[in-house]
Design a protein around this ligand. Sequence first.
Ligand SMILES: Cc1ncc(C[n+]2csc(CCOP(=O)(O)OP(=O)(O)O)c2C)c(N)n1
Length: 523
Amino acid sequence: MVPDINVTVREAVFALLRDFGLNVIFGNPGSTELPMFRDFPVDFRYVLGLQESVVVAMADGFAQSRGTAAVVNLHSAIGVGHAVGSLFTAYRNQTPLVVVAGQQARSLLPLEPFLYAEQATTLPRPYVKWSCEPARAQDVPAALARAVFVALQPPSGPTFVSVPVDDWDRNGAKLPPREVSSTMAGDPALLARAAAMLSAARRPVLVVGASVARDGAWTEVIELAERHQAAVWVSPLSSRNSFPERHPLFAGFLPAERAGIVSRLVGNDLIVVLGAPVFTYHVEGKGPYIPPDASLVQLTDDPAAAARAPVGLSIVTDLKLGILALLAAAAAARAAPAVPPRAPMLPPDRLTDRYLMQQLAALRPADSIVVEEAPSSRGAMHDYLPMLEPDSFYTCASGGLGYGLPAAVGVALGRPGRRVIALLGDGSAMYSIQGLWSAAELSLPVTFVIVNNGGYRALDEFAPHFGLTTLPGTRLGHLDFCALARAQGVEAARVSRSAEIDAALSMAFGARGPALVEVCVER
Ligand SMILES: Cc1ncc(C[n+]2csc(CCOP(=O)(O)OP(=O)(O)O)c2C)c(N)n1
């Protein structure tokens, strides 16, 4: 094919993004990016975020909810700097993001001009999988195509291309559309060995992680669990939901701590970890990694997670293909006894996060999606707000706060017609509060629920682990979330009594656009 050289770099880039189906650009622009927007194509959409950590987290939620990559546009140096926290989260979430950052004009670079990004390609590392500032303007389209393919390759994650401002109007060449498949099928012999171990196990157990959701293996995991009558645990701090949380075989959520994991898995002779690290820890631990009499098999799409696992047989594979291989060798499924419904909690005198979660479970639209960042309320959520449908739960895999609020906006944009519930701590919400503006601007059906406990309660609860009885700087007084919401165009209500919750949630769920409910819970 003869390359079409009568196009600019900009035209070639938009043509290839169009070929990839990537016509939504999340960004916050500056002077070093402006020529990218000359004759901005009518079939493209620019989604503005009012700070770069918001921009990247919105793109992350959008990409994850659609199961595709997303494009991000950042201002040179400072914009990238603001974005690095969210890039860290996208990297840990394994979200394919293609970041296009501005750079000063090539002729100015030796003079270190205003806004110049020194060592532009190392600034976002190590939280991008690949970064590049092409040597010539005409290499920009090919660099972007490579950035898309690398971002999508498992383990997927962010990539980065720095583009000097004068490149956009230079001659480029349209690239021919290409397809690259990077799906990894595990070694058939090893998968057959794993399947034989499962069939021979007396009491196998499954531990499911985010890659099960990412690879779309929800029904296959249910089938595998039922065929082996295996209990199913969620891997520590999993960022996605991978198994129905009221299924008779659902066992619960593993803690991010060694002895706690072992105590929950004791009595099982085979542990099959699906799409998760072995394991994600938050605190130091001692003793064995798994119960002494147990064996472990891990299926993962992340070669690094396979290499660093301290025990067991690790097989690198796409999760759906790997689980299908395990299923091929398994006996027919048996029905498991139904779980009796939990007795409802009566409204407490002083409003608790547990009661809030129960009422959310009762009142939420059945197909709504939860994005959670409410650290000390996560246990209450696990107990009272079960995720029952695939792809209905997102949180950050990194532990970095500021993700949940803008990610919920991105999820709502990625899944039109679905109600999104952003379940946020008061502290967490403040890292990226200006994401509310984007929700209002885009009229998205997001219900922001702020669990206002007046402080950083998770840190207060964590303090005794290090022998601390008091902590400075964990109280958050005088925050008015309703005022913060209204100032950005989001309607809002505050509740502080159990009797008020249902009406406030119903108002928010019924709103056409975004609404915020500030729930003042006992401190
Ligand atoms: C960016 C970032 N800064 C600091 C922390 C440490 N941190 C972990 S939990 C927490 C408190 C969060 O407060 P809030 O959202 O109100 O939830 P709560 O703990 O009260 O449930 C903090 C500050 C973090 N995880 N990420």
